[in-house]
Design a protein around this ligand. Structure first.
Ligand code: ZN
Length: 255
């Protein structure tokens, strides 16, 4: 099949060649006639005849060149006439910048951020029984850990919440602490007030720092009126030393 399609091409080629040759001879004849008539330039025409089939090469080249130039000119003019059209709306666009500066100037004026300092008073811790004598600190005592600080004052002295929070325990549950109150401060810490003569708050009550939550007494396992104060960290009954804890919050206790 490949040979079949190849053969016709070979057959056409010689034919074209022959036809070409015949035109060339015809041209040479015409050239010869021209030479006879003019006497000049015949050699040039004859020599040129070997290059082209019918039309003189110079004329053909010029013709093709002229046509191409004309086409490109037309193309250019078409392009040139096309470009101005989208270009004409641009002036109206460039006219708008006069309005733009005023618009861009506005955000610049408002870019000055005024950092509003919320002068909210920082919640402070208070001494649960200010002016009391410290009779026992946190640490081992009589073979067991004394898990709080003892504050001594005359019986009935108000006991204040060291910090704001919610009452989690209030009353005597028979655990040796007597009438005691636990306040959950909601920040990972709880405070415990024990041996009270009376509790002034109930479970679920919201209390503020310095608010009276009970009165000093000697209920539970106690040898005399005093406030047993504890700080629980993270969870109830995880007592830590209240002295450094309070000192870090501006309350100095003699421990
Ligand atoms: Zn104690």
């Amino acid at each position: 099949m490949q040979d079949d399609s190849f053969i016709p091409n070979e057959n056409i080629a010689p034919v074209r060649h022959r036809r070409r040759a015949s035109t060339r001879t015809r041209l040479l004849v015409t050239a010869a006639v021209a030479v006879a008539g003019l006497g000049l330039g015949g050699v040039a025409v004859a020599a040129a005849g070997t290059d082209d089939d019918g039309t003189p090469p110079a004329a053909a080249e010029f013709d093709a060149q002229a046509r191409a130039e004309a086409a490109s000119r037309a193309d250019r003019s078409a392009r040139d006439s096309a470009t101005p059209t989208p270009a004409s709306p641009s002036p109206s666009v460039s006219a708008s910048p006069t309005a733009k500066p005023t618009a861009s100037a506005k955000p610049k004026a408002t870019t000055k951020p005024k950092p509003k300092k919320t002068t909210k008073p920082k919640p402070t811790w208070v001494n649960p029984m200010k002016g009391a004598t410290i009779t026992s600190c946190y640490g081992p005592r009589w073979g067991v850990l004394h898990a709080g600080i003892d504050f001594a004052m005359p019986a009935g002295t108000p006991v204040r919440a060291a910090f704001g929070g919610t009452v989690e325990k209030a009353g005597d549950v028979g655990d040796g602490y007597g009438i005691s109150v636990v306040v959950n401060h909601g920040n990972g810490y709880l405070t415990h007030y024990a041996h009270l003569s009376t509790a002034k708050v109930g479970v679920g009550d919201k209390v503020a720092a310095g608010e009276t939550i009970g009165l000093e007494g000697s209920t539970g396992d106690s040898t005399g009126p005093h406030l047993h104060f504890e700080v629980h960290q993270g969870q109830l009954w995880n007592q830590i030393d209240p002295a450094p804890f309070l000192r870090a919050r501006g309350i100095d206790v003699a421990c």
